[in-house]
Design a binder for this molecule. Structure first.
Ligand SMILES: [Cu+2]
Length: 327
């Protein structure tokens, strides 16, 4: 029996060690985008996400201390009170002080965790006065963003392998090269051939969209989230924002982006066949760039609006090294 338990603890210790060693050189999560082999949360770009990251780190430390404490205790008990070392076991069944302690201490830990946790929830649900209001509507399978005050609606579709290859080769050359293929063979050919093009275009595969949306930096943005069909979820990890998009209901979230850049999120509720093909791409730009972009949209010139964003190098997506290598 003790042998079997020793085996179990050894296995547990090995797993913990593997996780710990794996964490020695963690790939750092990116700003506004995921990173291959990433551990932890994406880099924060809003006051709420700062708080979420902080709470996440604090709770991780508490968890680690508890796990180590229990493991050391178990190993000690197995050696110290094994059949060999302790042939006549004590017949103690109660110990009032110990029982009170192992009830009170976990309660104190939970209360300790709940204080910053409720503080964070309170801050998330305290809406400052919005400076921009966007209505985000989930559709199977794309997002629509309506700038409510400016009466402008932007539809964003994911760019896929075929799109980048068509743009590069032209329709005729594309059809000539891939017209005879179908099914998995076509998908494979498009995937392999498009990888260098993604890198060349400095676009992030599966996250890039044809028409990005923009918000001004350091301004409070309210997002009203709803859906036209099934339940989706509007999520931007670096802003600490995730809200279910429920048909027939409008839910609100807010964020204040504090760093200029490109931010990506994905629909985060399994919504159907092309769930993985509805990314959200947001540019956080300086107010003048935002104003110019909005003016172009109001003039119904979506092409010019996207060109304004493409020309804004300050907010251009940083294609991370390991991600670029993987492609
Ligand atoms: Cu969805």
């Amino acid at each position: 029996m003790s042998k079997r338990m020793f085996g179990a603890v050894a296995a547990l210790a090995a797993v913990c060690l593997a996780v710990a060693l794996g964490g020695v050189t963690p790939a750092l999560a990116g700003l506004g985008q995921p990173t291959d082999g990433e551990l932890g949360l994406q880099v924060s770009a809003s006051p709420i996400m700062d708080e979420i990251s902080h709470l996440f780190n604090v709770i991780n430390i508490i968890i680690t201390v508890i796990v180590l404490f229990v493991m050391v205790l178990m190993v000690w008990v197995m050696f110290r009170f094994s059949e060999k070392k302790n042939p006549t076991p004590s017949r103690t069944t109660h110990h009032t002080l110990l029982e009170v302690a192992w009830t009170i201490v976990p309660i104190l830990i939970l209360v300790g965790i709940s204080i910053p946790s409720f503080h964070l929830l309170f801050n998330i649900y305290t809406f400052p006065k919005p400076e921009v209001t966007i209505k985000a509507t989930g559709n199977a399978w794309f997002w629509e963003h309506e700038y409510v005050d400016d009466k402008v609606t932007i539809t964003s579709n994911m760019i896929n392998d075929e799109d980048v290859l068509r743009a590069k080769l032209g329709d005729d050359a594309f059809d000539k090269k891939y017209g005879s293929l179908e099914g998995a063979a076509l998908h494979n050919a498009l995937y392999v051939d498009s990888l260098p093009v993604w890198k060349e275009d400095k676009k992030i595969r599966r996250l890039a969209v044809d028409q990005e949306i923009a918000v001004p930096v350091n301004k409070v943005v309210d997002v009203l989230v709803t859906s036209n069909d099934v339940i989706h979820s509007w999520t931007i990890p670096s802003f600490g924002v995730k809200m279910q998009a429920v048909p027939g209901r409008t839910s609100a979230v807010w964020f204040k982006a504090t760093k200029i850049g490109s931010y990506f999120g994905q629909c985060s509720v399994l919504c159907g066949k092309l769930h993985s093909a509805m990314p959200i791409a947001i540019r956080v730009v300086d107010q003048p760039v935002y104003d110019a972009w909005m003016a172009a949209l109001k003039a119904k010139d979506k092409k010019k609006a996207q060109q304004i964003l493409n020309a804004d190098t300050a907010s251009q997506a940083i294609i991370q090294q390991d991600m670029a290598q993987a492609q």
